[in-house]
Design a protein around this ligand. Structure first.
Ligand code: ADP
Ligand code: ZN
Length: 222
């Protein structure tokens, strides 16, 4: 039997997954997590967990997220710090959705979080719009589907847990446009930022998920 520990990426692998909304980075992150036993830390998922609590904070968060704006660092950074201090992060992690601005990238440095590689999931902008429109998310476990390209076995039902699939509030066309704008303005500069630091890996994300995964693993091993 093949042991999981045979598949390693070096002693410690702190990774950042970069890419536009809809680039598929979250889907690939879930697979890389299974393969290398390092957790996927999705700030979007952390925030959506908070939303479920129906607290005062969750109402504030909702207004940012449903309109496609970034939530303030004063909210997201403490949440991320708590998550990164957990034991499962000792051998590394995949940051999915953070940093989204140069300021957030610099905060990581200030907090002493060392990053080995930043993986860019490269996909044409006209592709991402359709991908987001067709995306469905499981209410219970957060699994992500695409009704055209990665459909669930039974319509509206999660393959993994039987949960109900829904279309996120931030997938309304006008909100998608806003999110893509925010990405271009705030997040895209990170590509140059990590390229200058010689940490950037570029993966062609305009292919089927298995191929994207394969390309990612190959590049990480180089
Ligand atoms: P996607 O990858 O499809 O853009 P996410 O689940 O990563 O979606 O994020 C959803 C929303 O959560 C964002 O539109 C934003 O409001 C908020 N968010 C997630 N990560 C961050 C972050 N690092 N900084 C600020 N806001 C964030
Ligand atoms: Zn599910």
């Amino acid at each position: 039997m093949r042991r999981k520990s045979q598949v390693t990426l070096g002693d410690k692998m702190n990774l950042i997954f970069l890419g536009a909304p809809g680039s598929g980075k979250g889907t690939v992150a879930k697979k890389v997590t299974e393969k290398f036993s390092i957790p996927q830390i999705s700030t979007g998922d952390l925030l959506r967990e908070e939303l479920k609590k129906d607290s005062r904070l969750s109402w504030e968060l909702k207004s940012y997220m449903d309109s496609g704006k970034l939530v303030p660092d004063s909210i997201i950074v403490p949440m991320l710090k708590v998550r990164l201090s957990k034991k499962d992060c000792e051998k590394g992690f995949i940051l999915d959705g953070f940093p989204r601005t140069i300021a957030q990238a610099e905060l990581l440095g200030k907090e002493g979080v060392k990053i080995e590689k930043a993986v860019l999931f490269d996909v044409p902008m006209k592709e991402v719009y359709d991908r987001i429109v067709n995306r469905r998310t499981c209410k219970s476990c957060g699994a992500v589907y695409n009704i055209l390209t990665i459909p669930p076995k039974k319509e509206g039902v999660c393959d993994k847990c039987g949960g109900e699939l829904y279309s996120r509030e931030d997938q309304r066309p006008e909100v998608i446009t806003k999110r893509l704008e925010v990405y271009a303005k705030e997040t895209e500069p990170l590509i140059e930022y990590y390229r200058e630091k010689k940490k950037l890996i570029k993966v062609d994300a305009n292919q089927i998920p298995e191929k994207v995964l394969q390309a990612t693993i190959e590049k990480l091993r180089e």
